[in-house]
Structure formats: C-alpha cells, structure tokens
Design a protein. Structure first.
Length: 489
C-alpha cells in the first residue's frame, strides 16, 4: 500500500473514515463518512433508467485474433482506481490494446474518487467500458449486481486465452477467481485482477532467533509466544482500530478446524452457524493470547499502519494480514527482516483439514458496465491483462500476484511474494475463500469486527459472549429484507 495506503498494494485513502484499501475488493465503505454516498448510489441505481445506449458500438468481425468481436474503430474507455498499485501496469496493457487495434482511440484515466466520478454516469446510462472498482470510494458490488448494472463476463472467460488459443481464459485463472465474481448462479459479474494471500506474517529472522519453527498446533503457538515474551517481544499484534483484520487468519483457522462447510454456513447466514464447536475452539484459542499476555501492549488502540510498524520494528512476532503488507510497510521493514507468511496454526491433529489450509482470493475488482458502449472492448482489455506478459509486468512492478495462474517464472520475487507463492503451493487444494466481507460489508466490519472481535481481543468480552453477540448480528442480517442475501451454490 505504500504511501497511498492501499490494500493488496492497491487502494487508497485509507485515512478517510478508516476504511480503505484494506477494503479492497469488496467492501463498499461501511463506516459513517462513506456510507452516505453508498446509499445515494443505491437509490440512484434503483431509480435510474438511464439512456438505453442506442449508440452501442457495432460488433466487429470475430476472428482467431479477435475472439470477442471487438469493433476495431470504436473508442474504448477505461477508468482505473489510482491506488497503491499505481497506473503503469494498466497503461502498459492499454498500449497493447492500441497496438492490436491501431485505429482505436483508447480513453484512459485514473482516479481515487471512483464513486463520485462514475455514479452520475451510471445514472445517465453512459458508463465507461472497463472500471477498476476499488478504494475507499468503491461502488457497492451487491447493489450493482442487484440492479443489473453489470455485464456478465462469461464471454470473456469462455474466450481463448491471449497466449494459448487452445485454452479458455477461465482455465488460466487461479483457484476461486471465477467463483468470487459470482453472486447467484452462473453469471460472473466481476473479475478480480490481483491475488491476495491472507495469513500470519512474521520475520523468519526473528523466528530463527528464538530457535523455533512456525507453530502448526496451538500448544506450539503458545510455547513460541512464551519464548518471545521472555525475550521482550510480544507474540502478536494486529490492527486494533480495524479488528476486521483478525479474520484474515481466524476464518481460515475455523475452516481448517471444522471444515469448509462451517465457513459456508457462516457466509450463508444459517441459524446457529457461529455456535459450531470449531468456532468456539478458535475463539478460545485467540482469547488465550490475550489472557496469557501475548498481545503487544496498546494494540487495541493501534491502526493498521501503527501495528505493522511496531511489528516491523520487532516489538511483536506475528500479525494477521494480507500480501499487500509487503508493499505497504516497505519503508519500515528492515532489509534483513526475511518477511514470511504462513497459513494459520490449527488446534491439533483432530482438525478436519491439514496444516497449510490458507485463505487466498482476488483483489482489485474489474467490472464491465451493462450499459457501456463498448463491452467487447472492455472485456478484450481484460483478456490482454490476463496474458502471461501483462501478469508478469504487474507482479514485477507492484509485488503482487495476479489472477493469472503463473506469471512468476524468471522474476526475482521479493521475500514476502516468494513466501506467499510457497504457501499457495503447500495449500494445494486447501484454499478457502470466506465471502462474508464481500456479501455483507457492514456485518463483517462494524459488527463482527469492531463490536465483537475487537472487544474480545481487548478482554472486554469472553469468547462465549462474543459468539452469542455475533450470532445475534448474523440473525438480524438474515432477517433484514432491505439487503440482498447470497448463498454458496
């Protein structure tokens, strides 16, 4: 996130109302300041018929080189979120589009004000052809899908990939990318371009200094934290002001202990989903970190930057985070830190899934509006971006993986990126992708995160009280007819 404070290395304006990149994908801003425009967008979309866009670009001739039938003279407009990933990777991909369609005028722009810039254009029925819908002013995905504002990206996914005509685009993507873009049924509304590895981040050098391996069971975790404490180092810290970071390691731990079906039941807002024994076991484990004094003093008052800085300075061993932390904390992480990430520690050998089970999923949500003039052009630009060359370009420039399953050969990977790739290799099929933070932003951040997990880790709620409170919030959300509900298919 670097100086622009962007999640997944790529959003911005975290300072505005304490939301921000963190919020990556997904998360239309749920905190006070930002919820007002979100509501106005919701009502505007609900009421807007917009123009019917009779001036849509005529379809071009479909060929092996132009499988989507792009009109080779029609303008293509691309609006990028201007965050921590920067603009260069997108500008480079635009140049390829222009080389392939030399008569086309590509209109490219970047802004941090996605919603305020583009909401009026959605209302008028004149949106751009491709949008990176990210940042603190991200438009609410659930609303866009619910109001039929987005084009189904299935034609892109079923088109031949840019590098290999015998492979469909969908067959070149990392696990979970297609599913993340779905809300109900088969249509795919969003293509998440970046790929984030969530987990427990640490300094391998610090762990080595304790003469310890990364702990695979909770008893081992407590022993490592005790050793660290004796050397004057806290076991853990986290973004106390934004405790919805805790799930980056806590949710995959629940999935490891109880199986993916426990996470699915939670996402589906099923009755008593939070009362599953796996949830209790994991909450009890995390609460033990507080009870035994293994959390860095003052953590509940720290924001994401302050907690990451304290951790980089060696004041705490572990921090739950996403792979954007390498770029975001680059200025404070020492050169010999040897940054590493691991899948969450489990309880013991009775866990349903093996050690290595990790949460990894897409970030940087790209959308093609249904009323765009040149939907084929918007999809073709994405097809170019999902080539091996464009993926490598992104990874080498911003220290993040892309949705393209590969693109790291021949690149010198930074320590965190290298560790993230190794963690994905270790996980194999055991990659989980909780959807709560995509589907129910306010429930996940304000209620589960701030009002419950934050209170528990500060010692103000017991695990039993926390579970009861969260289940109550989940039940309220399930009964709330004003919000669209989603379920795993």
């Amino acid at each position: 996130m670097g100086s622009t404070h962007t999640e997944s290395n790529g959003t911005g304006d975290h300072g505005v109302a304490g939301v921000g990149r963190r919020d990556l994908i997904k998360r239309s801003a749920a905190l006070g300041l930002i919820s007002v425009p979100t509501m106005s967008f919701l009502s505007a979309c609900a009421s807007s018929g917009g123009s019917d866009n009779g001036d849509k670009a005529k379809e071009g001739k479909k060929t092996a080189k132009n499988p989507l039938g792009v009109n080779d003279t029609a303008q293509m407009e691309f609006v990028l979120f201007d965050g921590g990933f920067g603009k260069e990777y997108a500008e480079d991909a635009v140049k390829i589009y222009e080389q392939n369609y030399p008569k086309v005028d590509v209109k490219f722009s970047a802004t941090q004000k996605i919603q305020s810039t583009l909401q009026p254009r959605f209302n008028q029925g004149t949106p751009p052809d491709l949008i990176d819908n990210s940042g603190a002013e991200q438009m609410d995905m659930g609303v866009l899908v619910g109001k039929k504002q987005l084009a189904d990206l299935t034609p892109l996914l079923d088109a031949p990939s840019y590098d290999d005509p015998n492979k469909k685009v969908r067959d070149t993507l990392r696990p979970g990318i297609v599913e993340m873009g779905q809300f109900d049924g088969d249509p795919v509304w969003i293509l998440y371009y970046a790929y984030t590895v969530y987990g427990v981040w640490y300094s391998q050098k610090a762990l080595d200094s304790l003469d310890e391996q990364y702990p695979e069971t909770w008893d081992q975790m407590l022993a490592v934290c005790e050793k660290a404490k004796k050397k004057g180092m806290a076991g853990w810290t986290y973004a106390g002001k934004y405790p919805y970071y805790l799930p980056f390691s806590l949710y995959p731990m629940i999935g490891k202990v109880g199986g993916v079906e426990v996470l699915d039941a939670i996402d589906n807002l099923e009755p008593n989903a939070w009362k599953h024994p796996a949830v209790k076991a994991c909450f009890d484990a995390y609460y033990e970190l507080y009870k035994k004094g293994y959390i860095l003093k003052g953590t509940p008052g720290l924001d994401h930057i302050q907690s990451q800085t304290a951790w980089a300075q060696g004041k705490a061993l572990f921090i739950p985070n996403g792979s954007w932390v390498e770029n975001e904390s680059a200025k404070v992480i020492p050169k010999d830190f040897d940054l590493a990430v691991s899948a969450p520690t489990g309880i013991d050998s009775s866990d349903k899934l093996p050690f290595g089970t990790i949460w990894a999923s897409g970030g940087e949500p790209f959308i093609v509006p249904a009323k765009a003039k040149n939907t084929a052009g918007g999809m073709e630009q994405l097809r170019i971006m999902l080539s091996e060359a464009s993926s490598k370009n992104f990874t080498s420039k911003v220290k993040s993986l892309t949705a393209y399953n590969g693109g790291t050969d021949g690149i010198t990977l930074t320590p965190g990126l290298k560790s993230g790739v190794a963690a994905l290799d270790k996980a194999g099929e055991n990659v989980v992708n909780p959807r709560l933070q995509d589907w129910y932003v306010q429930l996940q951040k304000e209620k589960i995160g701030v009002a419950c997990l934050g209170e528990m880790m500060a010692g103000r709620l017991t695990p039993a009280e926390t579970i009861k409170k969260i289940q109550g919030f989940a039940d309220e959300a399930a009964k709330d007819t004003s919000i669209k509900h989603y379920k795993h298919q």
